[in-house]
Design a protein around this ligand. Structure first.
Ligand SMILES: Cc1ncc(COP(=O)(O)O)c(C=O)c1O
Length: 448
């Protein structure tokens, strides 16, 4: 019996669950989980093994992190070699070669002109760093009064204080004293667009909420507008046709920075390297994390237009630090090595192109579940889809239960509230998609 299954049973003399008590788990119903734990013990390709040795298909690239699948030897070897060569080096006033190589590689993948990269350790850090970059930019332009941020209902931008303030998920914000000066546009879910496969045709005018913010607060007060190109964590809300373009126009007209939070949509999820390319809209700033290392090492980054970077540089005296921000582990050598190896895999195996090719099959299969009585909406784009189910017993209760039952039936998915979120690895074949939707049909088919 493995250590993991020993733990889940409770150690010698401990009641089941007691040995799990010390780890306070993030975004988890801790008591519920520990009473009936579902643990991963191994992973290979698109499959996990749980603590009982059962195979569970990874239907969500775990947490949108592993589009190349699990157990990629090339990344593990790169991290191992890096740790033996240079295990840690600070990037405060020092540096190491791989961070510069990685920043150059990313510049080659990013939309043209967005080619200056600041490294962090997570998506939340990327978002808070991006907010500070926006403030620093306007201060450098001698408009320091631009301190407001426009976000959106149903947005998820991580859990640090900046991201919590931007959050459009009320439970994530409530009780945490958000920073002042953040206002929220309406979300883009529309009842009329239910079961749209891809981009909804109508709703671009929802972007005019940004114009209303300008009229209410004055453009000269607003630093930036943050949006996920596709709102991922709240159930995959695909932007209506023309919506992101309209946000871009309003931002440009009023010198407001447009930030795309691509922590989920980055690295091929939409069929191109970034959502910005898929939707043909150029933001000023892009945040990324998760798949940057195929989930193997914690790492995030903020990429900015050269003009944003150069303005901040030029405002500081020669020889002085230009931006008073950074993390001990920014550009950690092992994370850089993992990211470089992940980018190699994405390129060598043409995984972004593969995501684009697989998307139609995947979306057709997921939309094939619309006849199930419990399903009230299905949305999707690229290799990302959301399925809403009828709530029962309070918001999120059925979603949580469905997620557990799917796991027991052999499928890992993420749920937020009563939305199930699918984000398979780009290595999924048609038969894998069929297997995934068969489990979904079997489990969701039991609900009325
Ligand atoms: C759009 C977006 N931004 C930020 C984050 C936060 O990332 P992390 O959990 O790595 O801090 C997430 C996480 O899901 C996300 O989806």
């Amino acid at each position: 019996m493995s250590v993991v299954s020993e733990l889940a049973r409770g150690g010698a003399g401990e009641p089941a669950g007691e040995s799990l008590a010390h780890h306070w788990m993030p975004f988890t119903a801790n008591r519920d989980f520990k009473a009936d734990p579902r643990l991963f013990s191994r992973a290979e390709g698109i499959w996990f093994e749980d603590q009982h040795g059962r195979r569970v298909m990874d239907g969500c690239s775990t947490l949108f992190t592993t589009p190349a699948g699990h157990g990629r030897r090339k990344i593990a070897d790169a991290v191992h070699a890096q740790l033996l060569e240079l295990d840690y080096a600070s990037s405060f006033g020092r540096g190491h070669e791989k961070s510069f190589t990685l920043a150059r590689r990313l510049a080659g993948l990013l939309p043209e002109g967005i080619d200056r990269v600041f490294f962090v350790n997570s998506g939340s850090e990327a978002v808070d760093t991006a907010m500070k970059i926006c403030l620093a930019y306007h201060a450098a332009r001698r408009e320091p009064q631009r301190r407001m941020f426009v976000s959106r209902e149903r947005a998820y931008h991580g859990v640090n204080m900046g991201g919590v303030s931007l959050s459009g998920m009320v439970r994530n914000r409530l009780g945490f004293v958000p920073i002042p000066g953040v206002v929220h546009m309406r979300h883009t879910w529309q009842a009329e667009a239910r079961f749209t496969r891809g981009v909804p045709e109508h709703g671009a005018e929802l972007a005019d909420d940004l114009q209303r913010m300008v009229e209410n607060y004055g453009a000269e007060s607003i630093a930036a507008c943050f949006v996920e190109p596709i709102a991922g964590s709240t159930g995959v809300l695909v932007p209506p046709r023309g919506y992101l373009e309209r946000l871009r126009e309003i931002c440009t007209r009023h010198a407001i920075l447009l930030v795309f939070d691509e922590v989920i949509t980055g690295f091929g999820r939409t069929g191109k390297a970034f959502g910005a390319a898929s939707f043909g809209v150029l933001p000023d700033v892009i945040t990324m994390a998760k798949a940057l290392t195929n989930g193997v090492q914690p790492m995030g980054a903020v990429a900015v237009k050269r003009e944003v970077h150069d303005t901040i540089m030029a405002a500081a005296p020669e020889g002085a630090t230009e931006f008073f921000h950074g993390y001990t582990f920014s550009a950690h050598p092992a994370a850089c090595a993992a990211a470089l190896a992940a980018l190699d895999i994405y390129e060598e195996e043409h995984l972004f192109e593969r995501a684009a090719q697989m998307s139609a099959y995947f979306l057709d299969a997921v939309h094939g579940l619309r006849d199930l009585p419990v399903v009230t909406d299905i949305r999707g784009y690229g290799m990302l889809a959301g399925i809403d189910v009828v709530p029962a017993g309070g918001p999120g209760v059925r979603g949580n239960e469905a997620q557990k039952r799917l796991f027991d039936a052999g499928l890992h998915v993420k749920t937020t509230g009563d939305a199930l979120i699918l984000a398979p690895a780009f290595t999924f074949a048609g038969g894998d998609v069929d297997h995934m939707t068969a489990i979904l049909r079997e489990v969701l088919g039991t609900y009325r």
